[in-house]
Design a protein around this ligand. Sequence first.
Ligand code: PXG
Length: 468
Amino acid sequence: MSAALAPRAPAATRSTRDWQAADAAHFLHPFTDFQSLARKGSRIITRADNIYLWDSEGHKILDGMSGLWCVNVGYGQQALVEAATRQMQELPFYNSFFQTTTPPAVELAELLASVTPPQFQHVFFSGSGSEGNDTVVRMVRRYWDLLGQPQRQVIISRKNAYHGSTMAGASLGGMSAMHAQGGLPIPGIVHIEQPFWWQLGRGMSRDDFGRQAAAWLEEKILELGADRVAAFIGEPIQGAGGVIIPPETYWPEVQRICDRHGILLVSDEVICGFGRTGHWFGCERFGTRPDLMTFAKGVTSGYVPLGGVMVGERVARVLIEQGGEFEHGYTYSGHPVACAVAVANIRLVQQLGLVERVKSETGPHLAKLYQGLKDHPLVGDAETCGLMGALQLVKDKERSLAFPEEQAVGMLCRAHCFANGLIMRAVGDRMIVAPPLVMTTAQIDEMGGLIRLCLDKTWAELKDKGWL
Ligand code: PXG
């Protein structure tokens, strides 16, 4: 390895406390209570390999969240490093405005058209998932304008959805805490209830609840008037909302409702895309035919930022043939380095057969493990889809009784996970994982052992506190 490529060792050059002090003094972290983090001090992650991270104190941590739902091929993949290095040397940047293009952007567009469902032959690139969803809003409204229906403005989304943090992304999202800051949602975006059976539908079968949850969409369309509704957007599985896996009846019914009213269907595949569910895209797992598909994260396995929107032929034809100039784009739309890394990443996913492996080997192995965790006294429900999993922590299993919100039991469990070398996220009292897709069945067992250990420790702490 040349000196220029030798890895720096930042942890060795400064102490943990020193990093923490500088971090607290200058870095405003996303989704963070600044004062409370400054008091506690950040965890400093210094390196990673395969599915493991190391912090500045030398602790090894199993990354059950793939960074942030993105490092699908795991850490340390040299093919991606080499693709970035080569592209940086050859052409680190050129834009795709003004009738210009670059080979990596063209190659990626071609490759995306081949791995996505057949209706997708065109792509619009962005720098992130949030930007991709901003593009969705602009594009959907432009489509209906061009068709002479400018009154079709409203986009329907769902409560507890996550579609990003820009003005349009956060508005499409259904997070009330986000809407409470900054005057959101922007006009023309409305929300219906989510298909969360455990929270909203336990009185009925999952299938009946799925049909009921889809019916909420039709009710909203009729209330607004179908001629005002532009699109419905949803994550196949709500990720940040807590890995909410909808009943099998939900998405096919949503598709029928969109078809019946001529409404565009947008699948936000930022988390579910590129193999997470054991299919290339979540829409293929649940049997929908979206008109637009947002992607980010797994397209580059998070090695560099890239996002975009796959544009189905229904929309693409109108934009191309009737559109004139679409007044929209980003400096980094089609960034050559990001695109080169994405091409290397997708080829690696193909070479390793990761999507098939999740479908037929590792996904079913995780499902079996979660089935086994259902016997734990804290676990009220355990669900998986591909390599995503959720455990619903409950106070009383027999009566499906939740803990009081103020006890923040999920956060207690998460603290045990951190302390025992496992990254598992808490969304309320729902503990979620989405590990790298390269994970082996032996590593799934290792993660399962850590999860059980942390559940036991949480249970013991709750006993001590007298909360059980
Ligand atoms: N759509 C979905 C479905 C996402 O999960 C975005 C859009 C926005 O992507 P960008 O690249 O703009 O962040 C996301 C992002 C969490 C968490 O707490 C999840 C995301 C981002 C940050 C935190 O689980 N997902």
